[in-house]
Ligand binder design. Structure first.
Ligand SMILES: Cc1cc2nc3c(=O)[nH]c(=O)nc-3n(C[C@H](O)[C@H](O)[C@H](O)COP(=O)(O)O)c2cc1C
Length: 209
């Protein structure tokens, strides 16, 4: 019997917002999900720049690094290289039904919208769409151009959830962690995962207090 609840695919692409993806990974691990992690080359640069996480390009070493960072169980976090076409996420017969790309660059939005499938992250997203699973994209760009908006509209009409990294302020955030948690909580809500990351609107009548 699998010791984990289920597998979820988490892609990091090269948009600003590495802390969102890292926090989401941490919570999924704490909640005992298995996480297949896909990281674009640009995301590796962003993870270093924004979160001082220097991830190896070797998938085994990167898996070990992230597992150590979040005290994951053996095999709970599996990083797959960007050309590992034999990984489970590359085929509809084995891919998890849920995938989040967080953060998601405008470039990756475009590649997914056209079905480019030029790296494993793009292919995995293509697989989730064709298998009619749940794909959540967390794009971060400002302002959005008409190109970005058209790509997101196309994907939204296909059933992809477009959830821009745009945390609210109505919960009186006191720290960056509060803002990050806001986004992560909303993503978990959409995945249908019970959590205690952040309070909901109207919860106990006193938000964030
Ligand atoms: C530090 C840093 C921050 C970036 N921030 C963004 C961003 O917020 N949004 C975006 O769409 N691209 C951003 N980029 C540019 C993308 O990384 C770049 O377009 C890259 O080709 C995307 O490739 P990927 O989609 O395969 O990760 C950033 C790049 C760097 C190095």
């Amino acid at each position: 019997m699998n010791e984990f609840k289920q597998a979820i695919t988490l892609g990091f692409s090269g948009a600003s917002g590495a802390p969102y993806g890292l926090r989401l990974l941490q919570v999924l691990v704490e909640l005992n999900f298995q996480v297949y992690v896909l990281i674009s080359s640009a995301a590796r640069v962003v993870l270093d720049t924004e979160s001082n996480v220097k991830l190896s390009a070797n998938e085994e070493k990167a898996s070990e690094q992230l597992s150590a960072m979040f005290a994951a169980k053996p095999n709970q976090i599996k990083v797959y290289g960007k050309e590992n076409w034999f990984s489970p996420v590359a085929s509809g017969s084995a891919a998890p039904k849920q995938m989040v790309v967080c953060p998601c660059s405008a470039g990756t939005v475009s590649a997914i919208a056209t079905g480019a499938s030029d790296n494993l992250l793009e292919r995995a997203a293509d697989v989730v769409i064709k298998e009619r699973g749940q794909l959540i994209l967390v794009p971060r760009e400002t302002p959005f151009s008409a190109i970005h908006l058209e790509n997101m509209l196309k994907l939204s009409r296909l059933g992809v959830t477009i959830m821009p990294a745009a945390p609210g302020f109505y919960h009186n955030p006191k720290s960056i962690e509060d803002l990050v948690n806001f986004m992560v909580a909303r993503i978990l809500d959409h995945l249908g995962i019970e959590h205690q990351v952040s309070q909901r609107w109207g919860y106990q009548g006193s938000l964030g207090k």
